[in-house]
Write a protein that binds this ligand. Structure first.
Ligand code: TYM
Length: 341
């Protein structure tokens, strides 16, 4: 039994409530979620359990979880059209992770690029960090999601979720899980750091001055970050794969994603630019204009925490109605006795 209503395709995506949500998260993920709300059945999950895979300050994590919910709603996710919820409110996610752990070979997880990168930077690697993609597979598979809109960096994890779904289906029941597809946006899939255009803009570096544009930054700060953006010693404003031009390419890519214009139209906009200084200011201004209404709405939502909690409770209830029967079916298939028979 598939989770579809009116034959609409099901979309599931998630975002961690840690660090500061930045322009890369917005252009690479959130904005596509917002745009497709009416075409699909949507589940958007604030993945607090994933955040625990690295040490967190409890009070800060709690604040960031609510704050992210407000940001997502301010950015245009509408609780009336999409199911927006906190992962830990739906216990089926952690349980599905366990069941899927028991059919996932360790080697599949040790191969994950993100695990290898993150583990290499830590002295002691937590088991949760290795297991992170299995929890993510559970997130997606519980809802029979067809599509998983993510930035480029999560593609490998969605591919792993496909492998896990296929393995489960072949072990227990053909077509039990929908095999999900990653959906990567054309522009904005990979927004690079403004201070170093060779590294991905990342939440873990968002506190570094000039690295990221955080969604709630004040206009002045956003403009400062753009003015300081690293470019090159030339003067050519072009889209390019040349590593030397990565900074200019990143600025143009951001502008393209923000305005939705074609590459030709973007270049036409900068035909009269007086050097890189001008480019940086104009891209910064476009970003400020895009983010201003989001910041305003965020402040309104955060001023009414009871309403925010009510919306999140409703989201969790809608999610549970889909995830719990799917989890029970998994348990039964795998030989567990359900309470009450
Ligand atoms: P997270 O919280 O790191 O990032 C949220 C989304 O933002 C995208 N993203 C970017 N896109 C473009 N440029 C960037 N610099 C950039 N940085 C991040 C990410 O690709 C992601 O789409 N494991 C996931 C969360 C998750 C999930 C899921 C996603 C948990 N369960 C199920 C989809 C489906 C993560 O840590 O994303």
């Amino acid at each position: 039994m598939e989770n579809t209503s009116n034959n609409k395709r099901v979309v599931f995506s998630g975002i961690q409530p840690t660090g500061n949500i930045h322009l890369g998260n917005y252009l690479g993920a959130v904005r596509q979620w917002v745009a497709r709300q009416d075409e699909k059945v949507n589940y958007f999950c604030i993945v607090d359990l994933h955040s625990l895979t690295v040490p967190q300050d409890p009070a800060e994590l709690r604040f960031q979880t609510r704050s992210l919910a407000a940001i997502l709603m301010a950015a245009g996710l509408d609780p009336a059209r999409s199911t927006i919820f906190i992962q830990s409110h739906v216990t089926a996610h952690a349980e599905a992770c366990w069941l899927l752990n028991c059919i996932t070979p360790l080697g599949w997880l040790q191969r994950m690029t993100q695990f290898k990168d993150k583990a290499a930077k830590q002295e002691s690697v937590l088991t949760g960090l290795l297991d992170y993609p299995v929890l993510m597979a559970g997130d997606i598979l519980l809802y029979d999601a067809h599509e998983v809109p993510v930035g480029e960096d999560q593609k490998q994890h969605v591919e792993l979720a496909r492998d896990i779904a296929q393995r489960y289906n072949s072990l227990y029941e053909e077509e039990f899980f929908v095999v999900p597809e990653p959906v990567i946006p054309e522009a904005g899939a990979r927004v690079m750091g403004l201070d170093d255009p060779h590294v991905k803009m990342s939440k873990s570096l968002a506190h570094v001055r000039g690295h990221a544009v955080r969604l709630l930054d004040e206009p002045d700060e956003i403009m400062r970050s753009f003015r300081r953006a690293v470019t090159d010693s030339g003067r050519e404003i072009v889209f390019s794969d040349d590593p030397e031009k990565a900074g200019v390419n990143n600025l143009l890519t951001i502008y393209k994603a923000v305005t939705g214009k074609s590459e030709a139209d973007v270049l036409a906009d900068f035909a009269d630019a007086r050097g890189y200084g001008d480019l940086k200011v104009r891209v910064g201004e476009a970003v400020v204009a895009m983010l201003a209404p989001i910041r305003e709405r965020y402040n309104e939502l955060m001023a009414d925490p009871a309403e925010l909690d009510r919306l999140l409770a409703k989201g969790a209830e809608q999610a549970r109605a889909v995830a719990t029967p799917k989890l029970d079916a998994m348990k039964e298939m795998m030989g567990l006795v359900l309470p009450g028979g």
